[in-house]
Design a binder for this molecule. Structure first.
Ligand code: APR
Length: 236
């Protein structure tokens, strides 16, 4: 086994070929809605209904039969199972809030930006599974006085989930693979450097090159470059 402690970071690009829009490409999500309006606590405060609608539209897409894990999601699940069976360590850190890695079968997932199919009690901080539309009329059942529920999404200015766990596994990795992310949003964008400084081999698998700091880079659609890279890794 060439690499024992493997960490994969994914972004919207791995779900693009499943029909889910990315953020900063042509026709990206941020073209329709300024980040400030739909991905900040202030935006939610200002116009909660716009924010509920934005995430309801994205959550509803996950129920569309045509939106399924693609070959890149699938090979990551295969790799995790095989790598762990051979005594390796694997963590999949995703910035994505879709459920495609979960549906593909990965187990060791850190969904650091939250999940569309979850609602958050604004008072207790409890997350609850949620697959349909969420509105201001929905309230929690965990508080004495029921509080309103919000999308369980980590907005700009908020602390990502399990950030300590992320830095822990990244700093111990011997292989760090960044897939389908523009590397523009911290703290995720800083993981590669932490891995590299800890001696990991760093690899970018993306439609386009985002940085020349990676040790290796393979560019093209995720369903090609991710499948190629992890198929070769599993043959070693
Ligand atoms: N295959 C591989 N990579 C792709 C594909 C594809 N089919 N299509 C697009 N990409 C690449 C783009 O080249 C780009 O580098 O995916 C990346 C998508 O970048 P962004 O749209 O910026 O998405 P992401 O990096 O996940 O954004 C990070 O920013 O807006 C916040 O919270 C949001 O989690 C998100 C974070």
């Amino acid at each position: 086994m060439e690499f024992k402690r493997v960490v994969v970071l994914t972004g919207a690009g791995i779900s693009a070929e499943s029909g889910i829009r990315t953020f900063r490409d042509q026709n990206g999500l941020w073209e329709d809605h300024p980040v400030e309006d739909v991905a900040t606590p202030e935006g939610f405060q200002r116009n909660p209904n716009l924010v509920y609608q934005f995430y309801n539209m994205r959550r509803a897409q996950l129920l569309d039969a045509s939106v399924v894990p693609n070959a890149a999601h699938q090979i990551l699940a295969e790799f995790e199972a095989e790598h762990i069976a051979r005594g390796g360590h694997f963590t999949l850190i995703t910035q994505n809030v879709d459920n495609l890695h979960q549906r593909a079968g990965n187990q060791r997932i850190i969904a650091m930006h939250g999940q569309l199919q979850s609602a958050l009690c604004s008072v207790s901080g409890l997350s609850i599974p949620w697959t349909n539309d969420l509105t201001a009329e929905h309230h929690c059942q965990c508080c004495e006085t029921p509080s309103s529920l919000r999308p369980d999404i980590v907005w700009f200015g908020e602390v990502p989930y399990q950030l300590d766990d992320c830095f822990e596994v990244v700093s111990k990795a011997d292989l760090f693979v960044s897939i389908g992310t523009s590397g523009k949003v911290y703290p995720a964008a800083g993981f590669m450097q932490v891995a590299q400084e800890s001696g990991a081999e760093t690899v970018e698998l993306n439609l386009e090159k985002t940085s020349s700091a990676f040790d290796q880079g393979y560019y093209g659609p995720a369903t090609e470059v991710v499948v190629d890279f992890f198929s070769r890794l599993m043959q070693r």
